[in-house]
Ligand binder design. Structure first.
Ligand SMILES: NC(=O)c1ccc[n+]([C@@H]2O[C@H](COP(=O)([O-])OP(=O)(O)OC[C@H]3O[C@@H](n4cnc5c(N)ncnc54)[C@H](OP(=O)(O)O)[C@@H]3O)[C@@H](O)[C@H]2O)c1
Length: 233
């Protein structure tokens, strides 16, 4: 979990997607949390990472001395904006560990995908949800006071912050029930170099979460993990 105090300050220099491989094969290292935390730091925000195992983040913490590392509960209490970047099947458990009191009214950017513990089939990931439900709706139903916004789930961690593509600014599809929360996320996405397309209420996570399956197919079939979605109108 990443917990952020948003700070108003000038933009930092843009960094490219830089062709780093998508690190999907090494689970449990918090690739997304580290990538997004790095993005928030680069843009001048204050960051605390919540984890069950601080030792796993020791090297990252040495390279990022401005960030602090703590428990899920302390991190949830720290920031105005939380990023839920844990294994999809552990999302509810991580939120319970953060403590519902710390979460009340908080904006949680939900990066999770409901990926099943089963190998991809012909490059297509398997989900533990179906097309008539989504993980974010389940979480919203269980944690009613939280203002969830789905974002960053349909791109690999190496391309999450200020991606540079010849085709121009990529599109991040977002959704959530709270309009003010989505405006904050739109501002973050502006800073992180994305064009935001708001797909409406939490129900739209039924469509946005499976974009992860589509995004991963070129990776599993051709080891191509550097691409982004763009909506042309
Ligand atoms: N990897 C990507 O590029 C990418 C892109 C878009 C979306 N996503 C989604 O973003 C999420 C995070 O992806 P990731 O690749 O960073 O995952 P990851 O490295 O496999 O795991 C992220 C963290 O999940 C936490 N976790 C696992 N089981 C837990 C439990 N029972 N309770 C609490 N925390 C638990 C662990 O935190 P600690 O051990 O530190 O406590 C772990 O560091 C996933 O839902 C993934 O589908 C990933």
């Amino acid at each position: 979990m990443v917990s952020v105090h948003l700070v108003q300050n000038p933009e930092a220099a843009l960094k490219s997607c830089n062709g780093e491989p998508y690190e999907n094969r090494n689970h449990g290292l918090g690739h997304v949390a580290k990538a997004l935390a790095g993005g928030f730091l680069r843009h001048g925000h204050e960051v605390m990472l919540g984890t069950r195992a601080p030792s796993k983040l020791a090297e990252w913490a040495t390279k990022n001395p401005k960030a602090s590392i703590s428990t899920f509960a302390k991190a949830a209490g720290f920031g105005d904006v939380l990023v839920l970047a844990v294994k999809g099947s552990a999302a509810a458990e991580a939120l319970h560990a953060a403590d519902t009191e710390n979460l009340a009214g908080k904006l949680v950017i939900d990066v999770t995908n409901p990926i099943a513990d089963a190998p991809p089939s012909d490059g297509v990931l398997q989900f533990f949800t179906n097309l008539d439900e989504s993980l974010m709706e389940r979480l919203q139903g269980e944690f009613e006071d939280v203002r969830f916004v789905k974002a960053f789930n349909s791109v690999g961690n190496a391309c999450m912050v200020n991606p540079q593509f010849e085709g121009g600014k990529p599109t991040m599809f977002i959704c959530g029930n709270d309009e003010a929360a989505k405006e904050v996320v739109r501002g973050i996405l502006d800073q992180f170099g994305w064009e935001t397309v708001d797909m409406g209420k939490a129900t739209a996570a039924r469509a946005i979460e499976p974009l992860c399956m589509l995004w991963c197919i070129p990776g599993f079939l051709r080891n191509d993990w550097v691409h982004v979605f763009k909506l042309l109108t």
